[in-house]
Write a protein that binds this ligand. Structure first.
Ligand code: HEC
Length: 89
């Protein structure tokens, strides 16, 4: 694997570890329960949205606080993990 691809790809195992906090609100099943589902997305879209909370272009205070604690590597890891989870409907 080229070095750049290795750096860009998120670490799924780390993402799974970090996801414990997320799934207290977001449903891993992909169902909408007052909070939007976040599974099965393309990784780039997931990262983009997380950055919108970080830069306060999206206004949800809970998400801004959560994203504020994450590094770029951790966001990439979460994108890789949640992107690989298939919604069960
Ligand atoms: C305290 C509850 C809570 C936790 C914990 C939480 N979220 Fe959220 N999240 C929300 C809410 C509420 C929204 C919808 C906010 C909005 O309308 O902008 C949201 C929105 C999102 C969105 C955008 C969804 C969309 O369809 O636009 C993403 C992506 C996301 N969260 C990822 C995460 C990740 C990754 C974690 C864990 C690191 C996490 N969230 C933890 C409550 C939470």
């Amino acid at each position: 694997m080229p070095i750049e691809a290795g750096l860009a790809a998120g670490d799924r195992a780390l993402g799974e570890y970090l996801s414990a906090e997320c799934v207290t609100c977001h449903q891993l099943s992909g169902r909408y329960q007052g909070i939007p589902p976040i599974v099965g997305w393309p990784e780039a879209s997931f990262v983009e949205i997380m950055n919108e909370y970080r830069e306060k272009r999206r206004s949800n205070p809970a998400m801004q606080t959560i994203v504020g604690k994450l590094s770029s590597d951790e966001i990439a890891a979460l994108a890789a993990y949640f992107g690989g989870v298939r919604p069960k409907n």
